[in-house]
Design a protein around this ligand. Structure first.
Ligand SMILES: N[C@@H](CCC(=O)N[C@@H](CS)C(=O)NCC(=O)O)C(=O)O
Length: 262
C-alpha cells in the first residue's frame, strides 16, 4: 500500500529522532534573567513566609513590607497596593502586582534561578514535586481550612464522607515514609509550599499531630535549614501575631460515614 507523502515524511523524521526534536533534546538549564525589584507584602506566620523563605534559600534580594506585631498597619499597607485582593503574599514584581504563592515561586525560580530547588525535568521526582506544589493549596490547605471553619461553627460528630483533613495529611505522611522531601530525593520548592498547610492542620488541632511521625520528622529537618532560620529572624522578629484559636481537639477518628458521595 502506498503511504501519503506527508505521513511517510513524518514517520521517517520520528524514526531518525534528529537532534532538536522534543524527544531527543538533552536537558539544558535555561539562562537566568535579571531579577526586577521585589517587594513582599507580609504578615507574620502567613503564606508570605513562603516567598521570604524562597528568597533566602536562593540568596536573592528582596524588600520586606510589614510592621512587626502591628496587624492594622500591615493590613493597611497591603490594601494600599492590592485593594481588590488583599491577601498575603502579595508581591510587587517589577511593576506587576502578583498573588498566589505557588505562581510567584514558579515565576521567580523559572526566570531567575532556573534549575534550582527543582528536580530535573526528566527525573522520576519531577512529577511528584509538581504534584505537591499544587497539592499544598489545591487539596491540603483547602480541605484543612474548610474543616476548620466547619468546626468553628458546628463541631461534627463523625468523619466526613468526603476527603477530609485527616486523609489529605495521611497522604503526605505516606509519601514521606518513602522520600525525605516532597521534592523526592532533594529539598525543593514543593517543601516550601507544603509547610504552611501542614503546620496549619497540626498546630490548630485540625488533625491529631501525634499521628503523623514522618511529617513531624520532616518539619524538624525543615526547621534546621539555615535559610528557614533566616526567614524566621526576618519575617517573625517579634513572634507571631493574630494567631487563630486552635480547635479543642482534632476531628473525631474512626470510620467515615458509608453513604456514597454525591
Ligand atoms: N492560595 C493563596 C492563598 C493566600 C491567602 O489566602 N493568604 C491568607 C493568609 S495565609 C490571607 O491573606 N487571608 C486573608 C483573607 O482571606 O482575608 C496563596 O497560596 O498565596
Amino acid at each position: 500500500m502506498k503511504r501519503p507523502l506527508i505521513a511517510g515524511l513524518a514517520l521517517a523524521l520520528a524514526a531518525t529522532a534528529l537532534p532538536g526534536t522534543v524527544e531527543a533534546a538533552p536537558q539544558r538549564a535555561a539562562k537566568a534573567t535579571a531579577l526586577p525589584p521585589i517587594t513582599i507584602y507580609h504578615l507574620e506566620g502567613r503564606r508570605s513566609e513562603r516567598i521570604v523563605w524562597l528568597m533566602e534559600e536562593l540568596g536573592l534580594p528582596y524588600e520586606l513590607e510589614f510592621k512587626p506585631a502591628d496587624m492594622a498597619a500591615t493590613s493597611a499597607a497591603l490594601r494600599g497596593i492590592n485593594p481588590a485582593m488583599p491577601v498575603f503574599p502579595t508581591v510587587k514584581y517589577g511593576d506587576q502586582v502578583l498573588v498566589e504563592s505557588g505562581a510567584i515561586i514558579d515565576t521567580i525560580v523559572n526566570r531567575h534561578a532556573p534549575g534550582r530547588l527543582t528536580p530535573p525535568l526528566n527525573s522520576p521526582d519531577y512529577p511528584y514535586h509538581l504534584m505537591w506544589m499544587h497539592y499544598a493549596e489545591g487539596s491540603l490547605a483547602s480541605r484543612a481550612i474548610a474543616d476548620y471553619r466547619v468546626w468553628m461553627i458546628k463541631p461534627p460528630t463523625e468523619r466526613s464522607r468526603l476527603v477530609d483533613s485527616e486523609q489529605v495529611v495521611q497522604f503526605a505522611e505516606d509519601y514521606l515514609a518513602k522520600h525525605p522531601w516532597f521534592g523526592g530525593a532533594e529539598f525543593s520548592t514543593a517543601d516550601i509550599m507544603m509547610l504552611f498547610p501542614l503546620n496549619f492542620a497540626m498546630q490548630l488541632n485540625i488533625v491529631d499531630k501525634d499521628q503523623f511521625p514522618n511529617v513531624n520528622a520532616w518539619r524538624t529537618r525543615i526547621e534546621a535549614r539555615p535559610a528557614y532560620k533566616r526567614m524566621l529572624a526576618k519575617a517573625r522578629p517579634r513572634g507571631m501575631v493574630g494567631n487563630l484559636p486552635a480547635l479543642p481537639r482534632h476531628a473525631p477518628a474512626g470510620p467515615r460515614a458509608s453513604t456514597p458521595v454525591r
